[in-house]
Design a protein around this ligand. Structure first.
Ligand SMILES: [Zn+2]
Length: 169
C-alpha cells in the first residue's frame, strides 16, 4: 500500500524515533508499505517517520526497484565509523522541490538489524553513504535543511511558509 509522505512541518519529522524491539509480521507489513511508497514517490530511501511512524526503520534502494539485490531494510541503524567528507546536492521526499549541497561522510559503517532482528553491518561509500546518513538523520528527527547554514535554512523555510499559505504545501 502506498502511503502519504509527511512534509516538512509535520511533528513526526522532528521527533526522535524509538528503537524497534519487536520483529513480527506487523513490522514486515510496515516495511513492505514503505518500500511501495518509496518506489512510487520515486525515491532511493525512506524512513518510518516520513509515513508518520516514529520507529527506527528505514528502507533504501539506490536502484529504485530496478535491481532487487540493492534493496535494504534496516532496523535500528547506527553509524559506527566514518571516513572523510563528500559534498553533493541532496533532496528529501518530505521537502519536495528543494535541494541543496550537504556535507556527509564519504564512507561509513552502519550497524543495525534486518527485519527479523538479525544483526547486520554495512560498509557504504559515495551515494549509499549519503543515503544512510540522510535516513539515520530522519530517525533522529533531523532533516537535511537542518544541516545547512542558518541563512539557507531560513530562506527555504520562508519559501515553504509561502507555499503553505497559498495551500501548495
Ligand atoms: Zn528525507
Amino acid at each position: 500500500m502506498v502511503l502519504p509522505i509527511l512534509k516538512y512541518g509535520a511533528q513526526e519529522l522532528k521527533t526522535p524515533s524509538k528503537k524497534v524491539d519487536v520483529f513480527n509480521g506487523e513490522l514486515e507489513k510496515i516495511a513492505k508499505n514503505m518500500i511501495e511508497t518509496m518506489y512510487s514517490a520515486p525515491g532511493i530511501g525512506l524512513a518510518a517517520p516520513q509515513i508518520g511512524l516514529n520507529i527506527c526503520l528505514t528502507t533504501i534502494d539506490l536502484s529504485v526497484g530496478e535491481d532487487p539485490t540493492q534493496l535494504l531494510i534496516l532496523c535500528n541503524p547506527e553509524i559506527v565509523d566514518t571516513v572523510g567528507e563528500q559534498k553533493s546536492e541532496e533532496g528529501c521526499l518530505s521537502i519536495p522541490d528543494f535541494t541543496d549541497t550537504v556535507v556527509r561522510p564519504r564512507k561509513l559503517t552502519v550497524r543495525g538489524q534486518n527485519i527479523h532482528g538479525e544483526d547486520l553491518r554495512f560498509d557504504a561509500e559515495e551515494l549509499l553513504a549519503r543515503c544512510f546518513s540522510h535516513e539515520i538523520d530522519h530517525l533522529n528527527g533531523i532533516l537535511f535543511i537542518d544541516r545547512l547554514s542558518a541563512l539557507k535554512k531560513t530562506l527555504i523555510r520562508n519559501k515553504i511558509k509561502k507555499l503553505a499559505k497559498a495551500g501548495n504545501w
